[in-house]
Write a protein that binds this ligand. Sequence first.
Ligand code: AMP
Ligand code: MG
Length: 347
Amino acid sequence: MNDKTGGEKTVKKRLLLLLICMLFLLSGYTAEAAKNEEKTTYLFAMDTTMTIRVFGGDDALMQSLQKRVNEIENQVSVTREYSDIYRLNHEGNVAAGPDTETILNRALNICEETEGALDVSIYPVVREWGFTTGEYRVPSPEKLEELLASVDYKKVEPSEDGYHIPDGMAVDLGSVTKGYTGDVLAGMIRSAGVKSAIMDLGGNIHTVGKKQNGAFWRVAFRSPEGTGLVVVLEVADEAVITSGGYERFFEDEDGNVWWHIIDPKTGYPAKNGVISMTIVGKEGIRCDALSTALFVMGPEKAAEFWRTHGDFEMIMITEEGELFITPSLNKRFTPDAMMPYHVTVLS
Ligand code: AMP
Ligand code: MG
């Protein structure tokens, strides 16, 4: 009897152990699967489409990322009547929220650093060309001169409880906000303990870590002329941000092409020799600001800016068919066999 009972007990114990082992394996498997699971959110915000791919996050994280994008847009939109920037532009004063303050301060620093190639007060000129509405027109030189009189980022001043701008001035943070948003989202993803994510915020690419298999993210570029693939870049924990004339432009009756990146010195679309400017770096807002500013500067000044600052990498394509690349990016760069550009490594 005793033996039998003892035998039954042993069998039960073994079964229990087996069950525990199975549960353990199963829970391990489920945890592993959840860790690897891809969550993707598509959204339309900041006048563009965005895709956020997170590997190993949960639904709550995805929702909070989307909510955060909307929160930033609500603060800095130039068209939403309750935004900080709308009120600054219409009332001349605003007690700005934390996102507006951070973006504006950082952008103003880079306006200074680039000697006004980036100018957050260029908005009235951009609007006159019709780039804000799609009703394109070539303004008269007199009109541009009149509008340029109130373009000067130095006159955006901290006031007692926020910011102040003079009459006639209007500020737009469109050249840097997506880069900032990428930084904020990447920070939230990292804080949630996620090691791998990639975001496309209207063409701006932001990466968190590497791919789950440990390989670099491979970011592909199309040629500015739309003729095909140009290069593949390997990146990790970086932003890759491009400003291109081809992104938004129109052709006038005489066949002149005018694009949305304006040279604040002239009021005309910047035609200083660059057709595409890509900046790669750790901080998205800086990459975004510099992609616009170095596009405006033109090839020589942009290369010189890189030499003196050096805290970013770049790929610059000129209207003469040259592709300039910084040396360490060159090591992570694979040109397509059909790439039409002549490559020069900057030094
Ligand atoms: P991005 O696509 O980041 O190069 O930003 C271009 C947008 O920034 C344009 O659509 C304009 O609204 C605005 N913009 C154009 N030229 C400038 C400039 N020189 N400085 C600051 N913002 C600009
Ligand atoms: Mg930009």
